[in-house]
Design a protein around this ligand. Structure first.
Ligand SMILES: [Fe+2]
Length: 473
Protein backbone atom coordinates (compact mmCIF):
# COMPACT_ATOMS: atom_id res chain seq x y z
CA UNK A 1 0.00 0.00 0.00
CA UNK A 2 1.00 3.56 -0.48
CA UNK A 3 1.88 4.75 2.98
CA UNK A 4 2.74 8.36 2.36
CA UNK A 5 5.65 9.97 4.09
CA UNK A 6 4.21 9.80 7.56
CA UNK A 7 4.08 5.99 7.81
CA UNK A 8 6.80 4.69 10.07
CA UNK A 9 9.46 2.04 9.61
CA UNK A 10 12.14 3.08 12.09
CA UNK A 11 11.12 1.05 15.12
CA UNK A 12 12.30 1.77 18.64
CA UNK A 13 14.56 -0.77 20.37
CA UNK A 14 14.89 -1.17 24.16
CA UNK A 15 17.21 1.81 24.56
CA UNK A 16 15.12 4.04 22.30
CA UNK A 17 11.99 3.24 24.33
CA UNK A 18 13.87 4.04 27.55
CA UNK A 19 15.23 7.30 26.10
CA UNK A 20 11.68 8.19 24.99
CA UNK A 21 10.55 7.78 28.59
CA UNK A 22 8.39 4.69 28.16
CA UNK A 23 10.66 1.92 29.37
CA UNK A 24 9.97 -1.74 28.59
CA UNK A 25 11.27 -4.51 30.86
CA UNK A 26 12.23 -6.79 27.97
CA UNK A 27 15.91 -6.92 26.98
CA UNK A 28 15.02 -8.33 23.56
CA UNK A 29 15.51 -5.53 21.02
CA UNK A 30 13.58 -7.32 18.29
CA UNK A 31 10.55 -7.74 20.56
CA UNK A 32 10.75 -4.05 21.58
CA UNK A 33 10.84 -3.00 17.92
CA UNK A 34 7.91 -5.23 17.05
CA UNK A 35 6.00 -3.78 20.01
CA UNK A 36 6.45 -0.39 18.37
CA UNK A 37 5.31 -1.83 15.04
CA UNK A 38 2.20 -3.38 16.62
CA UNK A 39 1.37 -0.18 18.50
CA UNK A 40 1.83 1.88 15.33
CA UNK A 41 -0.45 -0.34 13.23
CA UNK A 42 -3.04 -0.28 16.02
CA UNK A 43 -2.97 3.50 16.33
CA UNK A 44 -2.95 3.93 12.54
CA UNK A 45 -5.59 1.26 11.90
CA UNK A 46 -3.50 -0.32 9.11
CA UNK A 47 -1.67 -3.51 8.29
CA UNK A 48 1.95 -2.88 7.45
CA UNK A 49 2.52 -5.31 4.58
CA UNK A 50 6.29 -5.29 5.01
CA UNK A 51 5.70 -6.93 8.42
CA UNK A 52 2.88 -9.21 7.28
CA UNK A 53 0.24 -7.04 8.97
CA UNK A 54 -0.81 -6.50 12.56
CA UNK A 55 -1.64 -10.09 13.46
CA UNK A 56 1.62 -11.43 12.08
CA UNK A 57 3.54 -8.67 13.90
CA UNK A 58 1.92 -9.71 17.20
CA UNK A 59 2.90 -13.32 16.54
CA UNK A 60 6.50 -12.41 15.70
CA UNK A 61 6.74 -10.12 18.76
CA UNK A 62 5.67 -12.87 21.18
CA UNK A 63 7.77 -15.41 19.25
CA UNK A 64 10.88 -13.28 19.74
CA UNK A 65 10.37 -13.06 23.50
CA UNK A 66 7.58 -15.27 24.89
CA UNK A 67 8.10 -13.67 28.33
CA UNK A 68 7.70 -10.08 27.07
CA UNK A 69 4.94 -8.92 29.36
CA UNK A 70 3.98 -5.77 27.42
CA UNK A 71 3.77 -7.95 24.32
CA UNK A 72 1.08 -9.98 26.09
CA UNK A 73 -0.57 -6.78 27.31
CA UNK A 74 -0.98 -5.36 23.81
CA UNK A 75 -2.00 -8.73 22.37
CA UNK A 76 -4.69 -9.37 25.02
CA UNK A 77 -5.78 -5.74 25.03
CA UNK A 78 -6.33 -5.85 21.25
CA UNK A 79 -8.34 -9.06 21.62
CA UNK A 80 -10.42 -7.66 24.48
CA UNK A 81 -11.10 -4.30 22.86
CA UNK A 82 -11.82 -6.02 19.57
CA UNK A 83 -14.97 -7.19 21.45
CA UNK A 84 -15.01 -10.51 19.62
CA UNK A 85 -13.67 -12.71 22.44
CA UNK A 86 -15.60 -13.14 25.65
CA UNK A 87 -13.38 -13.67 28.68
CA UNK A 88 -16.12 -15.61 30.44
CA UNK A 89 -16.91 -17.97 27.54
CA UNK A 90 -13.51 -18.37 25.89
CA UNK A 91 -11.29 -20.57 28.07
CA UNK A 92 -8.29 -19.95 25.80
CA UNK A 93 -8.67 -16.22 26.31
CA UNK A 94 -8.85 -16.72 30.08
CA UNK A 95 -5.61 -18.73 29.91
CA UNK A 96 -3.94 -16.01 27.81
CA UNK A 97 -4.93 -13.35 30.35
CA UNK A 98 -3.65 -15.61 33.14
CA UNK A 99 -0.30 -16.03 31.35
CA UNK A 100 0.00 -12.23 31.15
CA UNK A 101 -0.74 -11.91 34.87
CA UNK A 102 1.76 -14.67 35.77
CA UNK A 103 4.47 -13.00 33.69
CA UNK A 104 3.74 -9.78 35.57
CA UNK A 105 4.88 -11.40 38.80
CA UNK A 106 8.50 -11.38 37.59
CA UNK A 107 10.67 -9.01 39.65
CA UNK A 108 11.73 -7.27 36.44
CA UNK A 109 8.16 -6.05 35.72
CA UNK A 110 7.98 -2.28 36.02
CA UNK A 111 5.24 -0.58 38.11
CA UNK A 112 3.75 0.99 34.94
CA UNK A 113 3.64 -2.42 33.27
CA UNK A 114 1.83 -3.88 36.28
CA UNK A 115 -0.86 -1.24 35.86
CA UNK A 116 -1.17 -2.13 32.19
CA UNK A 117 -1.65 -5.80 33.10
CA UNK A 118 -4.36 -4.90 35.59
CA UNK A 119 -6.19 -2.60 33.17
CA UNK A 120 -6.32 -5.20 30.38
CA UNK A 121 -7.49 -7.86 32.83
CA UNK A 122 -10.24 -5.53 34.10
CA UNK A 123 -11.41 -4.63 30.59
CA UNK A 124 -11.47 -8.30 29.51
CA UNK A 125 -13.61 -9.01 32.57
CA UNK A 126 -16.07 -6.28 31.59
CA UNK A 127 -14.92 -3.67 34.10
CA UNK A 128 -14.47 -0.98 31.47
CA UNK A 129 -14.80 2.07 33.71
CA UNK A 130 -12.31 0.75 36.21
CA UNK A 131 -9.87 -0.17 33.44
CA UNK A 132 -10.01 3.42 32.16
CA UNK A 133 -9.16 4.75 35.60
CA UNK A 134 -6.04 2.58 35.60
CA UNK A 135 -5.01 3.76 32.12
CA UNK A 136 -5.53 7.34 33.23
CA UNK A 137 -3.39 6.78 36.30
CA UNK A 138 -0.61 5.58 33.97
CA UNK A 139 -1.03 8.73 31.89
CA UNK A 140 -0.92 11.01 34.92
CA UNK A 141 2.62 9.78 35.55
CA UNK A 142 3.52 9.19 31.94
CA UNK A 143 1.60 11.22 29.35
CA UNK A 144 3.72 9.72 26.56
CA UNK A 145 2.37 6.21 27.05
CA UNK A 146 0.50 5.92 23.73
CA UNK A 147 -0.79 2.43 24.50
CA UNK A 148 -2.58 3.59 27.66
CA UNK A 149 -3.89 6.62 25.76
CA UNK A 150 -5.24 4.61 22.83
CA UNK A 151 -6.76 1.83 24.95
CA UNK A 152 -8.53 4.47 27.07
CA UNK A 153 -9.63 6.34 23.92
CA UNK A 154 -11.17 3.23 22.38
CA UNK A 155 -12.80 2.28 25.65
CA UNK A 156 -14.39 5.73 26.03
CA UNK A 157 -15.74 5.33 22.51
CA UNK A 158 -17.27 1.95 23.40
CA UNK A 159 -18.86 3.50 26.47
CA UNK A 160 -19.90 6.79 24.84
CA UNK A 161 -17.90 8.60 27.52
CA UNK A 162 -17.47 11.63 25.31
CA UNK A 163 -16.05 14.28 27.68
CA UNK A 164 -13.57 11.70 28.98
CA UNK A 165 -12.47 10.99 25.41
CA UNK A 166 -11.97 14.69 24.69
CA UNK A 167 -10.14 15.48 27.94
CA UNK A 168 -7.97 12.36 27.98
CA UNK A 169 -6.14 13.59 24.87
CA UNK A 170 -6.30 17.29 25.71
CA UNK A 171 -4.43 16.88 28.99
CA UNK A 172 -1.50 14.95 27.51
CA UNK A 173 -1.21 16.87 24.22
CA UNK A 174 1.03 19.70 25.55
CA UNK A 175 3.52 17.12 26.82
CA UNK A 176 4.14 15.76 23.33
CA UNK A 177 6.57 17.23 20.80
CA UNK A 178 5.97 17.17 17.08
CA UNK A 179 9.15 15.14 16.49
CA UNK A 180 7.91 12.26 18.66
CA UNK A 181 6.79 9.02 16.97
CA UNK A 182 2.99 8.80 16.52
CA UNK A 183 2.56 12.47 17.46
CA UNK A 184 0.33 13.28 14.48
CA UNK A 185 -2.28 10.71 15.54
CA UNK A 186 -3.11 12.80 18.62
CA UNK A 187 -4.94 15.20 16.31
CA UNK A 188 -7.43 12.63 15.04
CA UNK A 189 -8.04 11.33 18.54
CA UNK A 190 -8.49 14.79 20.01
CA UNK A 191 -10.71 15.82 17.12
CA UNK A 192 -13.03 12.87 17.62
CA UNK A 193 -13.39 13.64 21.33
CA UNK A 194 -14.23 17.25 20.46
CA UNK A 195 -16.71 16.15 17.79
CA UNK A 196 -18.59 13.78 20.07
CA UNK A 197 -18.86 16.68 22.55
CA UNK A 198 -20.46 18.74 19.74
CA UNK A 199 -17.51 21.14 19.32
CA UNK A 200 -17.77 20.79 15.56
CA UNK A 201 -15.76 23.80 14.37
CA UNK A 202 -12.82 23.01 16.63
CA UNK A 203 -13.03 19.30 15.79
CA UNK A 204 -12.84 20.10 12.07
CA UNK A 205 -9.82 22.35 12.53
CA UNK A 206 -7.98 19.70 14.53
CA UNK A 207 -8.86 16.84 12.11
CA UNK A 208 -7.67 18.89 9.13
CA UNK A 209 -4.37 19.48 10.93
CA UNK A 210 -4.05 15.72 11.53
CA UNK A 211 -4.59 15.09 7.82
CA UNK A 212 -2.12 17.79 6.88
CA UNK A 213 0.52 15.95 8.92
CA UNK A 214 -0.50 12.52 7.63
CA UNK A 215 -3.02 12.18 4.83
CA UNK A 216 -3.31 8.46 5.65
CA UNK A 217 -4.52 9.16 9.19
CA UNK A 218 -7.90 7.53 8.72
CA UNK A 219 -9.00 8.40 12.28
CA UNK A 220 -8.72 12.10 11.38
CA UNK A 221 -10.67 11.31 8.20
CA UNK A 222 -13.19 9.55 10.40
CA UNK A 223 -13.55 12.53 12.69
CA UNK A 224 -14.08 14.78 9.66
CA UNK A 225 -16.76 12.32 8.49
CA UNK A 226 -18.51 12.73 11.84
CA UNK A 227 -18.32 16.53 11.72
CA UNK A 228 -19.87 16.53 8.24
CA UNK A 229 -22.53 14.03 9.35
CA UNK A 230 -23.55 15.89 12.49
CA UNK A 231 -23.65 19.29 10.80
CA UNK A 232 -25.78 18.02 7.91
CA UNK A 233 -23.11 18.62 5.27
CA UNK A 234 -23.93 15.36 3.50
CA UNK A 235 -23.07 16.48 -0.06
CA UNK A 236 -19.72 17.74 1.17
CA UNK A 237 -19.34 14.43 3.03
CA UNK A 238 -19.78 12.45 -0.17
CA UNK A 239 -17.31 14.72 -1.93
CA UNK A 240 -14.79 14.48 0.95
CA UNK A 241 -14.96 10.69 1.20
CA UNK A 242 -14.72 10.14 -2.57
CA UNK A 243 -11.90 12.61 -3.15
CA UNK A 244 -9.76 11.18 -0.34
CA UNK A 245 -10.83 7.53 -0.74
CA UNK A 246 -7.39 6.22 -1.68
CA UNK A 247 -5.84 7.91 1.37
CA UNK A 248 -8.11 6.23 3.93
CA UNK A 249 -9.12 2.94 2.37
CA UNK A 250 -5.57 1.62 2.76
CA UNK A 251 -6.26 1.47 6.51
CA UNK A 252 -7.91 -1.94 6.48
CA UNK A 253 -9.09 -1.90 10.08
CA UNK A 254 -11.15 1.27 9.72
CA UNK A 255 -11.96 1.34 6.01
CA UNK A 256 -15.22 -0.57 6.43
CA UNK A 257 -16.38 1.92 9.05
CA UNK A 258 -15.39 4.92 6.92
CA UNK A 259 -17.32 3.37 4.00
CA UNK A 260 -20.26 3.06 6.39
CA UNK A 261 -20.11 6.85 6.95
CA UNK A 262 -19.94 7.32 3.17
CA UNK A 263 -23.00 5.08 2.82
CA UNK A 264 -24.91 6.97 5.52
CA UNK A 265 -24.46 10.27 3.60
CA UNK A 266 -25.97 8.58 0.57
CA UNK A 267 -28.95 7.29 2.54
CA UNK A 268 -29.38 10.79 3.97
CA UNK A 269 -29.66 12.17 0.44
CA UNK A 270 -31.93 9.38 -0.76
CA UNK A 271 -29.19 8.02 -3.04
CA UNK A 272 -30.09 4.43 -2.27
CA UNK A 273 -28.40 2.81 -5.29
CA UNK A 274 -25.13 4.45 -4.28
CA UNK A 275 -25.52 3.28 -0.66
CA UNK A 276 -26.35 -0.27 -1.76
CA UNK A 277 -23.40 -0.11 -4.16
CA UNK A 278 -21.04 0.84 -1.34
CA UNK A 279 -22.46 -2.00 0.71
CA UNK A 280 -22.05 -4.55 -2.08
CA UNK A 281 -18.55 -3.52 -3.12
CA UNK A 282 -16.97 -2.40 0.16
CA UNK A 283 -18.82 -2.70 3.47
CA UNK A 284 -20.24 -6.19 2.96
CA UNK A 285 -17.12 -7.84 1.49
CA UNK A 286 -14.81 -6.14 3.99
CA UNK A 287 -16.96 -7.18 6.97
CA UNK A 288 -17.32 -10.73 5.65
CA UNK A 289 -13.55 -10.97 5.15
CA UNK A 290 -12.44 -9.53 8.49
CA UNK A 291 -15.21 -10.86 10.74
CA UNK A 292 -14.22 -7.96 13.05
CA UNK A 293 -17.00 -6.83 15.35
CA UNK A 294 -16.68 -3.17 14.33
CA UNK A 295 -17.16 -4.21 10.69
CA UNK A 296 -20.05 -6.54 11.58
CA UNK A 297 -22.01 -3.82 13.35
CA UNK A 298 -21.39 -1.45 10.43
CA UNK A 299 -22.75 -3.98 7.93
CA UNK A 300 -25.82 -4.63 10.11
CA UNK A 301 -26.34 -0.93 10.75
CA UNK A 302 -26.28 0.07 7.08
CA UNK A 303 -28.64 -2.74 6.08
CA UNK A 304 -30.98 -1.80 8.90
CA UNK A 305 -31.03 1.85 7.85
CA UNK A 306 -31.74 0.84 4.25
CA UNK A 307 -34.52 -1.40 5.55
CA UNK A 308 -36.07 1.49 7.47
CA UNK A 309 -36.02 3.52 4.27
CA UNK A 310 -37.98 0.75 2.56
CA UNK A 311 -35.10 -0.62 0.50
CA UNK A 312 -35.21 -4.39 0.08
CA UNK A 313 -32.01 -5.94 1.43
CA UNK A 314 -33.35 -9.24 2.76
CA UNK A 315 -30.97 -11.47 0.79
CA UNK A 316 -27.94 -9.56 2.09
CA UNK A 317 -28.32 -10.41 5.79
CA UNK A 318 -27.56 -14.13 5.79
CA UNK A 319 -23.75 -14.17 5.85
CA UNK A 320 -23.59 -11.57 8.63
CA UNK A 321 -26.10 -13.47 10.70
CA UNK A 322 -23.84 -16.53 10.34
CA UNK A 323 -21.02 -14.62 12.08
CA UNK A 324 -23.19 -12.72 14.58
CA UNK A 325 -25.04 -15.79 15.81
CA UNK A 326 -21.78 -17.21 17.17
CA UNK A 327 -21.70 -14.22 19.54
CA UNK A 328 -25.24 -14.30 20.95
CA UNK A 329 -23.99 -15.24 24.42
CA UNK A 330 -21.06 -12.79 24.56
CA UNK A 331 -22.81 -9.68 25.91
CA UNK A 332 -19.60 -7.68 25.82
CA UNK A 333 -21.40 -4.55 24.61
CA UNK A 334 -25.15 -3.89 24.39
CA UNK A 335 -24.38 -1.94 21.21
CA UNK A 336 -23.10 -5.17 19.61
CA UNK A 337 -26.03 -7.24 20.90
CA UNK A 338 -28.59 -4.92 19.30
CA UNK A 339 -26.78 -5.13 15.95
CA UNK A 340 -26.42 -8.93 16.13
CA UNK A 341 -30.16 -9.08 16.69
CA UNK A 342 -30.76 -6.89 13.63
CA UNK A 343 -28.83 -9.51 11.63
CA UNK A 344 -30.84 -12.48 12.88
CA UNK A 345 -34.15 -10.66 12.41
CA UNK A 346 -33.07 -9.45 8.97
CA UNK A 347 -32.10 -12.97 7.93
CA UNK A 348 -35.38 -14.32 9.29
CA UNK A 349 -33.47 -16.56 11.72
CA UNK A 350 -36.01 -16.69 14.52
CA UNK A 351 -34.09 -19.25 16.49
CA UNK A 352 -30.93 -17.05 16.66
CA UNK A 353 -33.06 -14.02 17.62
CA UNK A 354 -34.81 -15.98 20.40
CA UNK A 355 -31.51 -17.35 21.61
CA UNK A 356 -29.97 -13.89 21.84
CA UNK A 357 -32.92 -12.41 23.68
CA UNK A 358 -33.15 -15.30 26.17
CA UNK A 359 -29.42 -15.20 26.80
CA UNK A 360 -29.49 -11.40 27.18
CA UNK A 361 -32.31 -11.56 29.72
CA UNK A 362 -30.37 -14.11 31.78
CA UNK A 363 -27.25 -11.95 31.62
CA UNK A 364 -29.23 -8.83 32.60
CA UNK A 365 -30.94 -10.61 35.48
CA UNK A 366 -27.69 -11.03 37.32
CA UNK A 367 -25.63 -13.85 35.83
CA UNK A 368 -23.68 -11.27 33.86
CA UNK A 369 -20.58 -9.49 35.09
CA UNK A 370 -19.08 -6.08 34.46
CA UNK A 371 -20.43 -2.67 33.48
CA UNK A 372 -22.52 -4.10 30.65
CA UNK A 373 -24.76 -6.07 33.02
CA UNK A 374 -26.51 -2.94 34.29
CA UNK A 375 -26.68 -1.44 30.78
CA UNK A 376 -28.19 -4.67 29.45
CA UNK A 377 -30.80 -4.61 32.18
CA UNK A 378 -31.79 -0.96 31.78
CA UNK A 379 -31.46 -0.60 28.02
CA UNK A 380 -30.39 -3.81 26.26
CA UNK A 381 -33.46 -5.91 27.10
CA UNK A 382 -36.14 -3.32 26.25
CA UNK A 383 -34.26 -2.19 23.15
CA UNK A 384 -33.86 -5.73 21.84
CA UNK A 385 -37.47 -6.59 22.69
CA UNK A 386 -38.50 -3.52 20.71
CA UNK A 387 -36.49 -4.65 17.67
CA UNK A 388 -38.26 -8.03 17.85
CA UNK A 389 -41.69 -6.37 18.25
CA UNK A 390 -41.05 -4.10 15.25
CA UNK A 391 -40.00 -7.07 13.17
CA UNK A 392 -43.27 -8.80 14.10
CA UNK A 393 -45.23 -5.71 13.06
CA UNK A 394 -46.14 -4.73 16.62
CA UNK A 395 -45.12 -1.09 16.23
CA UNK A 396 -47.08 0.10 19.27
CA UNK A 397 -45.17 -2.31 21.50
CA UNK A 398 -41.86 -1.19 19.97
CA UNK A 399 -42.70 2.45 20.80
CA UNK A 400 -43.82 1.69 24.34
CA UNK A 401 -40.56 -0.18 25.00
CA UNK A 402 -38.16 2.39 23.55
CA UNK A 403 -39.78 5.73 24.34
CA UNK A 404 -39.12 5.52 28.12
CA UNK A 405 -35.45 4.62 27.64
CA UNK A 406 -34.56 6.79 24.68
CA UNK A 407 -32.30 9.12 26.65
CA UNK A 408 -30.53 6.14 28.19
CA UNK A 409 -29.59 4.59 24.84
CA UNK A 410 -26.40 6.66 24.94
CA UNK A 411 -25.14 4.31 27.68
CA UNK A 412 -24.81 1.45 25.18
CA UNK A 413 -21.86 3.28 23.66
CA UNK A 414 -20.72 3.98 20.12
CA UNK A 415 -20.93 7.37 18.45
CA UNK A 416 -23.91 9.71 18.08
CA UNK A 417 -23.97 8.90 14.37
CA UNK A 418 -24.05 5.17 15.03
CA UNK A 419 -26.78 5.39 17.67
CA UNK A 420 -28.90 7.51 15.36
CA UNK A 421 -30.25 4.24 13.95
CA UNK A 422 -32.23 3.93 17.20
CA UNK A 423 -33.63 7.47 16.89
CA UNK A 424 -34.77 6.57 13.39
CA UNK A 425 -36.12 3.25 14.63
CA UNK A 426 -38.36 4.98 17.19
CA UNK A 427 -39.63 7.48 14.61
CA UNK A 428 -40.46 4.71 12.13
CA UNK A 429 -42.18 2.65 14.82
CA UNK A 430 -44.20 5.66 16.00
CA UNK A 431 -45.21 6.49 12.42
CA UNK A 432 -46.48 2.98 11.80
CA UNK A 433 -48.16 2.45 15.17
CA UNK A 434 -51.97 2.29 15.05
CA UNK A 435 -52.08 4.54 18.15
CA UNK A 436 -52.72 8.24 17.47
CA UNK A 437 -50.56 9.31 20.42
CA UNK A 438 -47.66 7.43 18.83
CA UNK A 439 -48.22 9.19 15.51
CA UNK A 440 -48.13 12.47 17.42
CA UNK A 441 -44.91 11.35 19.10
CA UNK A 442 -43.40 10.76 15.66
CA UNK A 443 -44.14 14.38 14.71
CA UNK A 444 -42.68 15.61 18.02
CA UNK A 445 -39.51 13.57 17.51
CA UNK A 446 -39.16 14.93 14.00
CA UNK A 447 -39.52 18.49 15.29
CA UNK A 448 -36.65 17.78 17.68
CA UNK A 449 -34.63 16.23 14.90
CA UNK A 450 -35.16 19.18 12.58
CA UNK A 451 -34.13 21.61 15.35
CA UNK A 452 -30.90 19.71 15.91
CA UNK A 453 -29.98 19.46 12.22
CA UNK A 454 -32.04 21.63 9.93
CA UNK A 455 -30.41 20.60 6.65
CA UNK A 456 -31.33 16.91 6.55
CA UNK A 457 -33.18 15.59 3.49
CA UNK A 458 -33.89 12.36 5.39
CA UNK A 459 -35.63 14.27 8.17
CA UNK A 460 -37.61 16.26 5.58
CA UNK A 461 -38.77 13.06 3.88
CA UNK A 462 -39.93 11.68 7.24
CA UNK A 463 -41.72 14.93 8.06
CA UNK A 464 -43.65 14.69 4.79
CA UNK A 465 -44.57 11.13 5.67
CA UNK A 466 -45.65 12.10 9.19
CA UNK A 467 -47.85 14.87 7.77
CA UNK A 468 -49.51 12.33 5.48
CA UNK A 469 -50.18 10.03 8.45
CA UNK A 470 -51.57 13.05 10.34
CA UNK A 471 -53.84 14.03 7.43
CA UNK A 472 -55.11 10.44 7.19
CA UNK A 473 -55.96 10.46 10.88
FE1 LIG B 1 -17.77 6.71 13.12
Amino acid sequence: MSKGNAMRNNWRDCKAWKDFGVELSTTNNEAAKLFDAVLTQYVGWYDDDSLGGLEKSVEKMIGNDPNFVMGHVIKNGLDALGTGRSYYLDKDFQAEVQTMMDLGKSPSTLPREKKHINAVKLWAQGEMTEACLVWESILEENPLDMLALKFAHDSYFYQAHHPQMRDSIARVFPKWESSMPLYSYLYGMHSFGLEECNHYAEAEKVARKGLELNRNDCWSTHSMAHVLEMTGRSSEGIQFMSSTENDWNVCAMLACHNYWHYGVYNIERGLYDEAVGLFDTQIGPRAAKSGAMLDMVDACSLLYRLNLEGIKVKDKWREFNEVCKDHVDDHILTFNDAHFLMASLGAGDKSAADKLLTSLKEFAKGTGKGDNQKISKEVGVPLCEALVAYDAGDFAKAVSLVQPIRYKIITIGGSHAQRDVFNLFLIHAALQSPQKDHNRLARILLTERKALKSNSPLTDRLISRAMAVHADG
